[in-house]
Design a protein. Sequence first.
Lengths: 199, 199
Amino acid sequence: MSTYTPTVEDLIDKLATLPGVGKKTAARLALHILRSSQDEAQALARSILRVKERVGLCQICFNIAEGDQCVICRNSQRDRSVLCVVEDPNDLISVEATGVFKGLYHVLHGAIAPLDGVGPQELKIAELLERLERDKVVEVIIATNPTVEGDATALYLAKVIKPLGIMVTRIAQGVPAGGDIEYVDSRTMSRSLEGRKEV
Amino acid sequence: MSTYTPTVEDLIDKLATLPGVGKKTAARLALHILRSSQDEAQALARSILRVKERVGLCQICFNIAEGDQCVICRNSQRDRSVLCVVEDPNDLISVEATGVFKGLYHVLHGAIAPLDGVGPQELKIAELLERLERDKVVEVIIATNPTVEGDATALYLAKVIKPLGIMVTRIAQGVPAGGDIEYVDSRTMSRSLEGRKEV
């Protein structure tokens, strides 16, 4: 692929470091940037720099925040007695989108994955435990991903939180709303059967 | 999705203007940028700006170039009597990757698509015709995409180039190498049958 110019190759290499972006996609994105106006490209570059300058993590829940605390922790209307634990800020957005949860969050920034060298100390778990000892929390809802890593993280959290006398729950796993039973994988179906409820 | 901070929302909006990047992907990319080091983010932003500063289009073939001419047009070893016409610089890379083509290129920057308001005058076709009148070209190989738009563009080019006494060819369409006949779509198969050759 030496037909690109060095400057373009460099941009392609940089873009290819983004998650889910391979060399081919990076080349397509680079070409788009090349074709866009000077203003658009500058706006994108400035936006990247500004995010790094202004945005950090909430010092309470580790959600993304401008300033010390995120919008959720700053909101005095939220129920401080319930914490929802998620792996990533984007997971928090999913829970928030339901409008159902009125408590606060705690973002772990990953899940326990021994094979990738991610243990509890690589996550914001010590900070969660400190928080639980400091604040009056009555329930911790674990909303880690329904994956091997998410499951392991949930089990670990339950083990360390229950001794504090706090209720630990996990969001239900089962058939997705609007899904077709015919196409549900067997792992989801078995979780769905296990979690069945009387109607 | 108002849980992001304004600065993050702005970056997500900017990233979502890239081709093939939706809101969800943009959010994932923004999160990655947030988590990357200051150096990495700056390198990406600088790379975007540098491309816009330094890279333009070749004044001969409209491939991407640093300076007036692209590396291919500058190469005196290339056969100047054969032009390969492609829609995009990335298509040129595909042809170049074969190592088989030794001629020059002409990049149209799109294909004729009346429904999207793209006519011949929106493409680098006038420039191609000027070039054909100026240089001693004996064959124009059309390598536009095997799509409705690519086909329309090929037909249009053949119509306007043939009167100049220049041979116009189009790259073969058929079963892809390594492909499985069982899974070839009927349009590809019918093109493949039409283009059959004696062995």
